[in-house]
Design a protein. Structure first.
Length: 346
């Protein structure tokens, strides 16, 4: 039987896998500036699954948090402030420093940091912050009782917004805005609310699961060889990724008891947030030392070693940040408890 505890563990593995895909995507995007052998192009196309997998997982976990924990606004947003928004601002300052070679000091600099414009991937966090506000405000409007109807409205909103409405307001891309992801995120809610029915069906109908695996594999191969670039928000890519998400979910659920990677809150997010810093710093170092880096990407083994170094550094920094934020969270809880005790004793 698939318990909620096992499902949450499998989601952690999906998030971890997705964060590595994002790292691979930005690594191969850098490599494409110098060389484009088939394996780099293929990895770059496949890596686009990472952001959509993370989006669906975020929707699932948010639905779980809102329903299972019934948090107050303070409880819900205080955690997001500590684990999501503050690191997001810190990363914005870091990327401004790395790319502009100086600390932000103008109003425009700080506006760009808040809007997620200092790093190519920070649009995603800016969008997720919009989603958290929306999800909390509409938690009693969009529910399990009506989601199977509402999801079609959200599908239409995402399609119409991407293709007809968005005009690049405030210099932001389509991907910055919540309507571009609203259907994808709430598919995570659907999976949470109907997890028992969906997973029981897949467990009891292995032929359907095998078919889904084949279709998702064929879709991935199609994206690799296609001349058209399918970006993460487009619905064709979203539906293909949804199939892959379900296949991965079952895959990890059936192996979760044999996998012993400890869950660490914030780990995958910090990998996502800060990995590009290492790409920028190492690239600058190599340019300074060797003048150009084409030789690195033209050699498959050098390229893979370089990728492993990026992943390793990103994981190490993420683990350090997890420890730091956990410590800050414990200190904050201790202060609040002390304050309550002092207040009660008066």
């Amino acid at each position: 039987m698939y318990t909620d505890s096992k499902i949450l563990k499998s989601l952690f593995y999906i998030q971890l896998f997705s964060s590595f895909l994002v790292v691979v995507g930005h690594f191969t995007a850098s490599a494409l500036s110098f060389t484009d052998p088939f394996w780099i192009v293929a990895l770059n196309q496949i890596s686009r699954y990472g952001t959509v997998l993370l989006t669906i997982a975020t929707g699932y976990l948010t639905a779980y948090s809102l329903e299972a924990k019934s948090p107050t606004a303070r409880e819900f947003f205080s955690g997001k402030l500590l684990y999501i928004f503050v690191p997001y601002l810190v990363s914005g300052v870091l990327y401004h420093y790395l790319l502009k070679k100086g600390m932000p000091h103008t109003a425009q600099d700080f506006t760009n940091i808040v809007l997620g414009k200092t790093g190519d991937h920070l649009y995603f966090v800016f969008m997720i912050c919009q989603y958290y506000i929306f999800a909390y405000l509409f938690r009693r409007v969009i529910t399990k009782r009506n989601i199977l109807y509402v999801i079609w409205i959200l599908l239409g909103i995402q399609y119409v917004y991407i293709n007809f409405i968005h005009q690049g307001w405030f210099g932001l891309t389509t991907r910055h805005m919540l309507p571009s992801w609203i259907f994808t995120l709430y598919m995570g809610h659907v999976l949470y609310w109907y997890r028992e029915s969906i997973l029981s069906f897949l467990r009891n109908n292995r032929s359907i699961l095998t078919l889904m695996t084949g279709v998702s594999t064929a879709a991935a191969m199609f994206f690799v060889v296609s001349n058209k670039l399918y970006v993460a928000v487009h619905l064709t890519f979203v539906f293909a990724t949804l199939l892959s998400f379900l296949v991965l979910m079952v895959f990890f659920l059936e192996r979760v008891d044999r996998l012993h990677i400890k869950f660490r809150k914030g780990l995958t997010y910090f990998i996502f947030l800060f990995h590009s810093a290492f790409l920028i710093m190492f690239k600058d170092y190599l340019f300074e030392k060797y003048g150009e880096v084409a030789w690195l990407f033209e050699n498959t083994w050098y390229s893979l070693l370089y990728l492993l170094v990026i992943i390793g550094c990103s994981c190490l920094l993420a683990l350090m940040l997890v420890w730091l934020v956990n410590k800050l969270e414990r200190i904050s809880k201790t202060i609040r408890q002390t304050h309550r005790q002092l207040h009660a004793s008066k």
